[in-house]
Design a protein around this ligand. Structure first.
Ligand code: C2G
Length: 130
């Protein structure tokens, strides 16, 4: 069984998130998602609209997602890869090159981001709506 992992905040779930989750799952048989906790989001300088529990509920409802684990800090990925026996690590291309050191432990694949959508864009567009 080929196991894939990806990480993120996945706030205000949108088709860009769905695309990368589908494509990550298509690379293997089982997809683990490391979901940023509210505390880690603060470290990332992000304030999600939905709480961790709400974002976890949404992710677990997506057919491409097999397991959701908390992402609590930047440094947990190597251990996650070992503990969960991960074969492939996937991130969107905005992270291109940032996690190459993980290639000692598993395949590292960056997938093109979905253009024209982001959580920030959703918030901005709603604010600007007359
Ligand atoms: N994404 C995408 N296309 C978009 C928006 C997001 O492919 N239009 C991808 C991102 O590249 C990322 C995933 O969706 O791989 C989740 O995006 P975020 O929730 O913004 O995650 P981020 O804040 O980048 O956190 O340790 C890694 C971090 O937790 C990643």
């Amino acid at each position: 069984m080929i196991k894939v992992i990806t990480y993120g905040t996945f706030d205000l779930m949108h088709h860009g998130h769905i695309n990368i989750l589908k494509r990550a799952k298509d690379l293997g048989d089982y997809l683990v998602v490391g979901l940023s906790t509210d505390e880690f989001n603060a470290v990332k300088g992000k304030a999600a609209y939905h709480s961790y529990e709400e974002r976890k509920l949404l992710l677990e409802a997506i057919k491409y997602v097999d397991e959701v684990i908390p992402e609590r800090d930047w440094g947990q990925k190597v251990n996650d890869i070992k503990v969960h026996q991960i074969d492939i690590f996937v991130m969107g291309s905005d992270w291109e090159g940032k996690f190459n050191e993980l290639s000692e432990h598993c395949d590292v694949i960056y997938l093109p981001r979905t253009e024209g959508i982001s959580t920030t864009k959703i918030k901005t567009d709603l604010l600007n709506r007359k």
